[in-house]
Design a binder for this molecule. Structure first.
Ligand code: GRF
Length: 221
Protein backbone atom coordinates (compact mmCIF):
# COMPACT_ATOMS: atom_id res chain seq x y z
CA UNK A 1 0.00 0.00 0.00
CA UNK A 2 1.42 3.44 -0.86
CA UNK A 3 2.61 5.40 2.18
CA UNK A 4 1.87 8.83 0.76
CA UNK A 5 -1.90 8.56 0.94
CA UNK A 6 -4.61 6.79 2.88
CA UNK A 7 -5.73 3.40 1.58
CA UNK A 8 -8.60 3.67 -0.88
CA UNK A 9 -11.84 1.73 -0.50
CA UNK A 10 -14.64 1.10 -2.97
CA UNK A 11 -17.96 0.23 -1.31
CA UNK A 12 -20.65 -1.74 -3.17
CA UNK A 13 -24.24 -1.37 -2.02
CA UNK A 14 -27.80 -2.13 -3.07
CA UNK A 15 -29.88 -0.40 -0.44
CA UNK A 16 -30.05 1.57 2.76
CA UNK A 17 -26.30 1.73 3.27
CA UNK A 18 -26.20 1.87 7.04
CA UNK A 19 -22.91 -0.06 6.92
CA UNK A 20 -21.66 2.42 4.33
CA UNK A 21 -22.56 5.17 6.80
CA UNK A 22 -20.51 3.41 9.47
CA UNK A 23 -17.54 3.49 7.07
CA UNK A 24 -18.12 7.16 6.26
CA UNK A 25 -18.26 8.04 9.97
CA UNK A 26 -15.21 5.93 10.80
CA UNK A 27 -13.23 7.44 7.92
CA UNK A 28 -14.19 10.93 9.08
CA UNK A 29 -13.49 10.39 12.77
CA UNK A 30 -10.16 8.66 12.09
CA UNK A 31 -10.99 5.25 13.56
CA UNK A 32 -10.67 4.01 9.98
CA UNK A 33 -7.54 5.36 8.38
CA UNK A 34 -8.80 5.08 4.80
CA UNK A 35 -10.77 7.05 2.22
CA UNK A 36 -13.86 5.88 0.44
CA UNK A 37 -12.90 6.51 -3.17
CA UNK A 38 -16.32 5.60 -4.53
CA UNK A 39 -19.65 3.94 -3.87
CA UNK A 40 -21.21 1.75 -6.54
CA UNK A 41 -24.82 0.60 -6.41
CA UNK A 42 -26.61 -1.82 -8.70
CA UNK A 43 -29.85 0.02 -7.86
CA UNK A 44 -30.75 3.64 -8.52
CA UNK A 45 -32.48 5.81 -5.93
CA UNK A 46 -31.36 3.95 -2.83
CA UNK A 47 -30.57 5.68 0.44
CA UNK A 48 -26.95 4.58 0.34
CA UNK A 49 -26.39 6.79 -2.71
CA UNK A 50 -27.83 9.74 -0.81
CA UNK A 51 -25.44 8.99 2.05
CA UNK A 52 -22.52 9.02 -0.42
CA UNK A 53 -23.71 12.31 -1.93
CA UNK A 54 -24.07 13.88 1.52
CA UNK A 55 -20.50 12.87 2.32
CA UNK A 56 -19.20 14.17 -1.03
CA UNK A 57 -18.15 10.71 -2.17
CA UNK A 58 -18.12 9.79 -5.88
CA UNK A 59 -20.94 7.38 -6.60
CA UNK A 60 -22.44 5.62 -9.56
CA UNK A 61 -25.13 3.17 -10.50
CA UNK A 62 -24.47 0.10 -12.61
CA UNK A 63 -27.89 -1.40 -13.14
CA UNK A 64 -27.57 -5.17 -13.51
CA UNK A 65 -30.86 -5.23 -15.45
CA UNK A 66 -29.16 -3.40 -18.32
CA UNK A 67 -26.81 -6.36 -18.93
CA UNK A 68 -27.51 -9.52 -20.87
CA UNK A 69 -26.01 -11.80 -18.25
CA UNK A 70 -24.13 -11.97 -14.97
CA UNK A 71 -20.75 -12.20 -16.74
CA UNK A 72 -21.16 -8.96 -18.68
CA UNK A 73 -22.46 -7.12 -15.60
CA UNK A 74 -19.52 -8.36 -13.54
CA UNK A 75 -17.02 -7.42 -16.26
CA UNK A 76 -18.30 -3.83 -16.27
CA UNK A 77 -18.50 -3.75 -12.48
CA UNK A 78 -14.92 -5.00 -12.14
CA UNK A 79 -13.65 -2.37 -14.59
CA UNK A 80 -15.47 0.40 -12.76
CA UNK A 81 -14.16 -0.78 -9.38
CA UNK A 82 -10.63 -1.01 -10.80
CA UNK A 83 -10.85 2.53 -12.17
CA UNK A 84 -10.76 3.81 -8.57
CA UNK A 85 -7.63 1.75 -7.84
CA UNK A 86 -8.93 0.47 -4.51
CA UNK A 87 -6.78 -1.26 -1.91
CA UNK A 88 -9.90 -2.93 -0.55
CA UNK A 89 -13.39 -3.62 -1.90
CA UNK A 90 -16.21 -3.61 0.64
CA UNK A 91 -19.50 -5.39 -0.07
CA UNK A 92 -22.03 -3.68 2.18
CA UNK A 93 -25.47 -5.07 1.52
CA UNK A 94 -24.63 -5.66 -2.14
CA UNK A 95 -27.34 -8.06 -3.23
CA UNK A 96 -25.73 -9.60 -6.29
CA UNK A 97 -23.92 -12.91 -6.45
CA UNK A 98 -20.49 -12.34 -7.96
CA UNK A 99 -18.95 -14.59 -10.59
CA UNK A 100 -15.62 -16.31 -9.85
CA UNK A 101 -13.95 -14.00 -12.40
CA UNK A 102 -14.64 -10.88 -10.36
CA UNK A 103 -13.92 -12.58 -7.07
CA UNK A 104 -10.55 -13.82 -8.38
CA UNK A 105 -9.69 -10.39 -9.72
CA UNK A 106 -9.95 -8.90 -6.21
CA UNK A 107 -8.92 -12.00 -4.28
CA UNK A 108 -7.61 -11.23 -0.80
CA UNK A 109 -8.84 -7.64 -0.94
CA UNK A 110 -12.62 -8.02 -1.03
CA UNK A 111 -14.77 -8.42 2.08
CA UNK A 112 -18.43 -9.01 2.82
CA UNK A 113 -20.63 -8.76 5.87
CA UNK A 114 -23.28 -11.38 6.47
CA UNK A 115 -25.89 -11.15 9.22
CA UNK A 116 -25.45 -14.58 10.79
CA UNK A 117 -22.89 -16.54 12.72
CA UNK A 118 -21.46 -18.28 9.66
CA UNK A 119 -21.32 -21.12 8.75
CA UNK A 120 -24.89 -20.99 10.07
CA UNK A 121 -27.47 -19.51 7.72
CA UNK A 122 -25.76 -18.47 4.51
CA UNK A 123 -28.18 -16.81 2.09
CA UNK A 124 -31.29 -14.79 2.87
CA UNK A 125 -33.67 -14.34 5.85
CA UNK A 126 -31.01 -15.18 8.39
CA UNK A 127 -32.76 -13.65 11.40
CA UNK A 128 -36.08 -15.31 10.65
CA UNK A 129 -34.31 -18.65 10.29
CA UNK A 130 -32.42 -18.21 13.58
CA UNK A 131 -35.63 -17.33 15.47
CA UNK A 132 -37.57 -20.19 13.89
CA UNK A 133 -34.81 -22.64 14.76
CA UNK A 134 -35.10 -21.63 18.43
CA UNK A 135 -31.53 -20.31 18.58
CA UNK A 136 -30.66 -18.27 21.65
CA UNK A 137 -27.99 -16.24 19.91
CA UNK A 138 -27.57 -14.61 16.52
CA UNK A 139 -24.91 -12.40 15.09
CA UNK A 140 -22.88 -11.23 12.19
CA UNK A 141 -19.73 -12.26 10.35
CA UNK A 142 -17.24 -10.26 8.30
CA UNK A 143 -15.41 -12.52 5.86
CA UNK A 144 -13.16 -12.45 2.85
CA UNK A 145 -15.11 -13.14 -0.32
CA UNK A 146 -14.59 -16.33 -2.29
CA UNK A 147 -16.78 -17.70 -5.05
CA UNK A 148 -18.74 -19.73 -2.50
CA UNK A 149 -21.78 -17.65 -1.45
CA UNK A 150 -21.26 -16.40 2.12
CA UNK A 151 -18.60 -19.09 2.37
CA UNK A 152 -15.32 -17.20 2.41
CA UNK A 153 -13.00 -17.37 5.42
CA UNK A 154 -14.28 -15.50 8.46
CA UNK A 155 -12.41 -12.54 9.93
CA UNK A 156 -14.55 -11.42 12.86
CA UNK A 157 -17.90 -12.31 14.39
CA UNK A 158 -20.11 -10.48 16.88
CA UNK A 159 -22.82 -12.28 18.78
CA UNK A 160 -26.07 -10.93 20.24
CA UNK A 161 -28.76 -12.65 22.31
CA UNK A 162 -32.10 -13.53 20.77
CA UNK A 163 -34.60 -12.22 23.32
CA UNK A 164 -38.09 -13.54 24.04
CA UNK A 165 -40.52 -11.70 21.77
CA UNK A 166 -37.88 -10.86 19.16
CA UNK A 167 -39.00 -10.71 15.57
CA UNK A 168 -36.87 -10.34 12.46
CA UNK A 169 -36.85 -6.55 12.76
CA UNK A 170 -35.93 -6.25 16.43
CA UNK A 171 -33.21 -8.83 15.99
CA UNK A 172 -31.92 -7.17 12.81
CA UNK A 173 -31.59 -3.82 14.61
CA UNK A 174 -29.65 -5.41 17.46
CA UNK A 175 -27.34 -7.12 14.98
CA UNK A 176 -26.87 -3.95 12.91
CA UNK A 177 -25.39 -2.12 15.90
CA UNK A 178 -22.67 -4.79 15.93
CA UNK A 179 -22.26 -4.72 12.15
CA UNK A 180 -21.44 -1.03 12.26
CA UNK A 181 -18.64 -1.67 14.73
CA UNK A 182 -16.99 -4.79 13.37
CA UNK A 183 -16.97 -4.00 9.66
CA UNK A 184 -14.92 -0.77 9.78
CA UNK A 185 -12.71 -2.45 12.38
CA UNK A 186 -11.92 -5.37 10.06
CA UNK A 187 -11.20 -2.89 7.26
CA UNK A 188 -8.91 -0.91 9.55
CA UNK A 189 -6.95 -4.07 10.41
CA UNK A 190 -6.56 -4.74 6.70
CA UNK A 191 -5.50 -1.17 5.94
CA UNK A 192 -2.92 -1.28 8.74
CA UNK A 193 -1.50 -4.46 7.24
CA UNK A 194 -2.41 -6.46 10.36
CA UNK A 195 -4.93 -8.60 8.50
CA UNK A 196 -4.04 -10.60 5.40
CA UNK A 197 -5.32 -13.62 3.55
CA UNK A 198 -2.52 -16.21 3.30
CA UNK A 199 -3.22 -19.31 1.20
CA UNK A 200 -6.92 -19.01 1.95
CA UNK A 201 -6.52 -18.45 5.70
CA UNK A 202 -6.95 -15.02 7.26
CA UNK A 203 -4.10 -14.02 9.55
CA UNK A 204 -4.35 -11.29 12.17
CA UNK A 205 -1.02 -10.01 13.48
CA UNK A 206 0.66 -12.96 11.80
CA UNK A 207 -1.53 -15.57 13.55
CA UNK A 208 -4.07 -17.67 11.64
CA UNK A 209 -7.63 -16.88 12.73
CA UNK A 210 -9.96 -19.57 14.02
CA UNK A 211 -12.51 -20.94 11.58
CA UNK A 212 -15.25 -18.53 12.68
CA UNK A 213 -12.89 -15.56 12.90
CA UNK A 214 -11.97 -13.63 15.98
CA UNK A 215 -14.75 -12.84 18.46
CA UNK A 216 -15.60 -9.17 18.75
CA UNK A 217 -15.40 -7.50 22.09
CA UNK A 218 -15.54 -3.74 22.37
CA UNK A 219 -12.07 -3.56 23.95
CA UNK A 220 -10.71 -4.36 20.49
CA UNK A 221 -11.90 -0.96 19.27
C1 GRF B 1 -26.82 -5.91 6.46
O1 GRF B 1 -27.62 -6.61 7.36
C2 GRF B 1 -25.66 -6.76 6.01
O2 GRF B 1 -25.22 -7.64 6.99
C3 GRF B 1 -26.25 -7.51 4.85
O3 GRF B 1 -27.10 -6.59 4.21
C4 GRF B 1 -27.53 -5.62 5.15
C5 GRF B 1 -27.15 -4.29 4.59
O4 GRF B 1 -27.65 -3.23 5.35
N1 GRF B 1 -25.22 -8.04 4.00
P1 GRF B 1 -27.22 -1.75 5.03
O5 GRF B 1 -27.58 -1.48 3.57
O6 GRF B 1 -25.75 -1.61 5.28
O7 GRF B 1 -28.05 -0.90 5.95
Amino acid sequence: MPHNKRPQLVVLISGSGSNLQAFIDASENGSLDADIAAVISNKAGVMGLERADNAGIANEVIDHKQFADRESFDAELADRIESYKPDLVILAGFMRILTPEIVDRFAGRIMNIHPSLLPKYPGLHTHKRAIEAGDTTAGVTVHFVTSELDGGPAIIQAEVPILPGDDEDTLASRVLVQEHQIYPLAAQWFCEGKLTLKDGTPELNGEPLPISGTKFCSEKL
